[in-house]
Write a protein that binds this ligand. Structure first.
Ligand code: AMP
Length: 170
């Protein structure tokens, strides 16, 4: 099965000039969704991950399953004002705009091995913010896992020094 061809391109969403990679066509195909998760999972089976830190909102779809399969905790990284308890915060720039991410201050403990998960690597700003949040709390980033990488945006360079994986590269 070719996962690349199952992702739908939606031109000019959410803004003119952006080609949005719509993953719902993969999610609604049970076989493709399962294959993608199994391919992500197998790299971390022996990595002794303590926490999956997943990025709102599409990262949650993959992160929750990976945490369950790895038998570890799940930590949501969310947009400001969504998490109810005390948070640590990082600001970052997106392919289309800027934003901030927050994580509960007790989500990760010092020395824990953290796997960061999101659906797509574009410029790398979002994932870098998530890595910094994990490190602010004393976590060690064991890997950053994406379904899709837009390689022409060179987000990987921003994440130099981290173990970065993607299943599909455009
Ligand atoms: P970045 O911080 O530039 O790496 O942007 C990554 C975040 O923005 C991810 O959470 C993606 O879901 C979203 N994103 C950025 N560009 C796209 C795109 N072309 N298609 C779909 N999602 C995107």
């Amino acid at each position: 099965m070719n996962l690349e061809t199952i992702i739908r391109d939606v031109p000019d969403f959410p803004k003119k000039g952006i080609v949005f990679k719509d993953i719902t066509t993969l999610l609604q195909d049970g076989e493709a969704f399962r294959l993608a998760l199994n391919l992500m999972l197998k790299k971390y089976l022996d990595a002794r991950i303590d926490k999956v830190l997943a990025i709102e909102a599409r990262g949650f779809i993959f992160g929750g399953v990976l945490a369950y399969k790895l038998g570890c905790g799940f930590v949501p990284a969310r947009k400001p004002g969504k998490l109810p308890f005390h948070c640590v915060r990082e600001d970052y720039t997106l392919e289309y705009g800027s934003n901030s991410l927050e994580v509960h201050e007790d989500g990760i403990r010092r020395g824990e091995k953290v796997l960061i998960v999101d659906d797509l690597l574009a410029t790398g700003g979002t994932a870098l913010a998530a890595a910094r949040l994990a490190e602010k709390l004393g976590g060690e980033v064991a890997g950053i896992e994406f379904l899709i990488e837009l390689a022409f945006l060179h987000g990987r360079e921003k994440l130099a020094g981290y173990k970065v994986n993607s299943l599909i590269s455009y």
